[in-house]
Design a protein around this ligand. Structure first.
Ligand SMILES: O=P(O)(O)O[C@H]1O[C@H](CO)[C@@H](O)[C@H]1O
Ligand SMILES: O=c1cc[nH]c(=O)[nH]1
Length: 260
């Protein structure tokens, strides 16, 4: 397999997936515990394989194979998941995650359709200079926005803040760099970031480099919910992501930027 390490020439080094396990479409939650719940919305869901933080289930939508693979937390594991899936033939990937809202008016459980990501992390700097924007594919964004409309859930569209340190975001005052973290977070907020999370920049930048389509939809915890631990339901998030994949399958288009 070109470009990635394989185990005995058969399965991808980290995901343990083979080319005939996958189709063109993948949903990418961070959390392995969410994979089966998302796959349950596909036809004929079945467990495929698990290695490390990477659990994969497979099903179909309108006859097309769709896989659900967890990426784990953060850029490094997410980047290698995108790399291995792209090498196996997946050309459309949607992150399905959880985030903290960055605006006081956002209600616990609103969704965010992410159009871009602030690259406040380290992984993507090993792919492209920071001047290169981490942006989603336009067709994936529109499919997600239409799906959120159909789901009838409140949602925002805009950029995410992607970082490496969860506690640097949620408890910056504890960090030696407290003043810098707080000042930068306020700048992201004033620039229009809707939420903060840990994987989207890697999905978008590695997707750009590998010429695959990417997008992301995330559930937003309100600031109060982050403080008191009130988890919003994941059901509208999962339904929106799966509905968007159905739209993209129906359109049957391929990534617009270059053929691999
Ligand atoms: O629920 P997931 O997709 O893992 O997303 C969020 O949750 C984790 C932090 O608790 C980070 O991975 C962050 O991006
Ligand atoms: O505030 C939050 C909530 C979930 N995930 C994050 O990365 N940050």
């Amino acid at each position: 397999m070109k470009g990635i390490r394989m185990n005995n020439q058969t399965s991808a080094h980290h995901l343990h997936l083979r080319a005939d396990d996958v189709g063109r479409y993948a949903l990418l939650p961070g959390n392995p515990d969410q994979v089966a719940s998302i796959a349950a919305l596909l036809d004929d869901p079945e467990f495929v394989v698990r290695n490390r933080e990477f659990e994969t289930w497979r099903g179909t939508l309108d006859g097309e194979t769709v896989i659900v693979t967890s990426t784990g937390v953060g850029g490094p594991s997410t980047a290698l998941a995108v790399e291995e899936l792209a090498a196996l033939g997946v050309d459309t990937m949607i992150r399905v995650g959880v985030s903290g809202s960055m605006r006081p008016d956002i209600v616990n459980g609103e969704l965010a359709v992410l159009t871009a990501a602030i690259r406040d992390e380290g992984t993507t700097r090993q792919y492209l200079p920071v001047e290169f924007p981490a942006i989603a594919d336009i067709d994936v964004v529109l499919a997600l926005r239409d799906a959120a409309d159909r789901a009838g859930v409140p949602y925002r569209c805009g950029p995410a803040h992607t970082k490496d340190s969860y506690y640097g975001e949620t408890e910056p005052e504890r960090m030696p760099l407290a003043a810098t973290l707080t000042e930068r977070f306020e700048a992201w907020r004033r620039g229009g970031a809707v939420c903060s999370e840990m994987e989207t920049a890697a999905v978008f930048i590695v997707g750009s480099v590998l010429k695959v389509r990417t997008g992301a939809v995330v559930l937003m915890w309100s600031q109060d919910a982050i403080d008191d631990g009130t988890a919003p339901s994941g059901d509208p998030l999962f339904a929106t992501a799966v509905d968007a994949v159905r739209t993209l399958i129906g359109a049957n288009t391929r990534p617009a930027v270059g053929a691999r």
